[in-house]
Every structure is written in C-alpha cells, then in structure tokens.
Design a protein around this ligand. Structure first.
Ligand code: TYM
Length: 345
C-alpha cells in the first residue's frame, strides 16, 4: 500500500432528503478527514439516474448536496468537491470494469436486491451495474481510503475484488509498463464510530433512509428546530429507563439508535453517554437529544439555505472541483487505456 499516495474519496447521491444518517455516517467524517488527507468528495449524479429522476429536481438536488458539503465544513478551496457527470473518466472506467467484474459477483449485492424489489426484470441495467460505477469512482483516483456508512461495505468489497482482478489479469503488462507490481490500490473502507448505521426513528430495525415514505422516520439536514423537536418527541422507544451499560442496548434497537445518535453528535462514545444518562427516563433524554441536535444541525440547515440562494457560487465550486478532479483522473485513465491495449493518439 505504501506505494500509493494516500487519498480519500467518497460520494453522496443527489436524491433529495439528505438526513442525519448521511451526516453522521458520512459527511461529518468527511469533514474530520480533511485535516489529515487530500480528499475528493463527489456528488454522484450518474448514480442518481439509476432510478428515474425529475430533471429539474435532480439539478436542485445536486446543488443541495454541494451546499450540504460546504455547510457541514468541507473547505472547497482545499479539498475537491464536484459532480460526477462533469468528469467523464468515471463512466469510461466503469465500462472497462464492467468487462472485469463478473455477473456472479453482482448477483450477490444485497442493495440491488432491496432496491429492485420484486420487479427485478424491470430495474434498469444501471441499477444492477451500480457497484461497478462505484469502483470506478474510487479507482479513477486510485483512492486509498473511503469513508462510508455500514450499508456501503459490500460495495467496497466489490471494488477491492475488481481492483485485484484488474491487477492480476494485466499483471505482466502492468510490470512491463513500469507501474510496479499492481496498478490499483486495495482501498480501505473507513467505517467506524457510534453511528455507522443510523436507524429510522419510527422503526429501530430499519435504516434511516431518503426514500422512507414517512418524514417522521428521519431528521433532514434542512429541518428547522421545531421539526427536529417534534420528530425526536415522536421517535419510538421502549418504556424502560436508559441502562448503564452498552450490552443492555443490544436488545433495545430504538434506545440503542438514539444513544448512538447522541454519542455521534456529541463526539462521545456510547459508553460515555450511558454514564451520563443511566437511569434517566426517555422524556428527559429526548429533551437533551433535541437540544444537542438543534445546536449541531440548526446552523448547517441555515447555511445550506443561504448557499442555495447563490447557485452561481455553487456551480463555480463544482466547475472548479471538476477541473481539479479531471487533472488527477485523466493520467490514470491514460495508463489504464495503455494497460488494456487501446491505441490512443
Ligand atoms: P448514499 O447517497 O445512499 O449515502 C451517502 C452516505 O451516507 C451513508 N448513509 C448512512 N450512514 C449511516 N446511517 C444511515 N442510515 C445511512 N444512510 C446513508 C452511506 O453509507 C454513504 O456513505 N453508493 C453510495 C454513493 C457512492 C459512493 C461512491 C460512496 C457512489 N460512489 C464511491 C463511496 C465511494 C450511496 O448511495 O450513498
């Protein structure tokens, strides 16, 4: 691994309703990582169209994710923020990887099964090939670290399988062309902390998601204080007071979720949160959780709204980021074409 420059890549789909799970599982971590790494954060619009999107809403949502990145604290001058469709190398590498990945590998992807549901015959080919495009996103920059929520773990394993198969299928060629033993790195997923899988506020066994029909299932990054308070007040819990040790949360999904959310927002461990609230009733804990959520999310929501008034600025961030992203991906793709054996002028 040492041979590859350390570089972080991650992406968020512009499909509306950015929520607390996206923030705690991913974007908050993106912000922390920028202190230590060169980072590339992508609004993955090509992924979004794997299910039908209204074009006007898609444009709005691309800008909104960009605004969220900036409002949460990613510095667009230091780090690269861009939208995927402006860097054609993603789609090109995805095609090459379509010819590397095996159908059997994709058939194992649980997210496709969930998203396609019963009507699998009618799902787009893009939805099926989605994880291959994800591998291309990461490897077009030879990124070494990818921060994501728990739900993306299987996709990152696939990206490693694709990198490995490319490295071994072309190993002679990679060596002959002077790239050393391997061309693509084995990317490390970064999945850690107390909120890698934030659950629905209505059902502790279901993931908090953009597409849940009930808005009460999630806290959106654009929710105002009253909405946050109301959603937390209505969040499902059990009737026991909070326990003193983490083990007791294993059989209490809703309690576990709220404690995890509090811990992540407060930058504490769940154990530390339980030490603070052991024996407390949920009414009390929910009040504290509301205050903390409003304190942390309120400024993000208002900054997002402010930024969304200035679409010129947002679009200039994306244009600038895309040019910088292209400058990294273009020479990598040039080498890939050479390795594969394409004639290029
Ligand atoms: P997306 O847009 O569904 O979600 C963006 C990020 O938020 C995380 N996340 C969660 N984390 C904790 N709890 C939850 N309930 C929750 N819901 C979502 C996701 O894990 C993700 O990190 N396929 C990706 C986007 C993508 C990507 C990439 C990521 C495309 N190319 C390359 C990394 C690298 C997705 O649909 O994320």
């Amino acid at each position: 691994m040492a041979r590859f420059k350390e570089r972080v890549f991650s992406g968020v789909q512009p499909t509306g309703n950015l929520h607390l799970g996206n923030y705690l599982g991913a974007i908050k971590r993106f912000v922390e990582l920028q202190e230590k790494y060169e980072c590339i954060y992508c609004v993955v619009d090509l992924h979004a169209i794997t299910v039908a999107q209204d074009p006007v809403e898609l444009t709005h949502n691309i800008r909104e994710v960009t605004a969220a990145f900036i409002a949460c604290g990613i510095d667009p001058k230091k780090q690269i923020i861009f939208n995927q469709s402006q860097v054609q190398e993603h789609a090109e590498l995805a095609w090459i990887f379509n010819c590397i990945a095996r159908i059997g590998w994709l058939n194992r992807m649980t997210q496709f099964k969930e998203k396609a549901g019963k009507d699998r015959e009618n799902a787009s080919i893009g939805l099926y090939a989605y994880p291959v495009l994800m591998a291309a996103d990461i490897l077009a920059y030879r990124a070494t670290h990818v921060p994501v929520g728990e739900d993306q773990k299987q996709h990152l394993e696939l990206a490693r399988d694709i990198a490995q198969k490319f490295n071994s299928d072309f190993s002679e060629r990679i060596k002959a062309l002077g790239h050393g033993e391997t061309f693509f790195p084995m990317t490390e997923p970064l999945i850690s902390g107390p909120a890698t899988r934030v659950m629905s506020l209505r059902d502790g066994t279901k993931k908090m998601s953009k597409s849940d029909a009930s808005d009460y299932s999630r806290i959106n990054l654009t929710d105002v204080a009253d909405e946050i308070a109301q959603k937390i007040r209505k969040a499902r819990t059990d009737s026991e007071p909070l326990p003193s040790d983490e083990k007791a949360l294993e059989v209490r999904a809703e309690a576990d979720n709220l404690v995890g959310i509090y811990a992540a927002l407060a930058n504490k461990t769940k154990t530390a949160v339980l030490a603070q609230f052991a024996g407390a009733q949920f009414s009390k804990f929910k009040e504290e959780l509301t205050a903390l959520s409003v304190e942390k999310l309120g400024p993000i929501g208002s900054e997002m709204k402010r930024l969304m008034q200035d679409t010129k600025y947002i679009d200039s961030v994306l244009a600038n980021g895309s040019a910088r992203a292209r400058a990294i991906a273009a020479p990598i793709l040039k080498s890939v074409r050479e390795i594969v054996g394409f004639v290029q002028s």
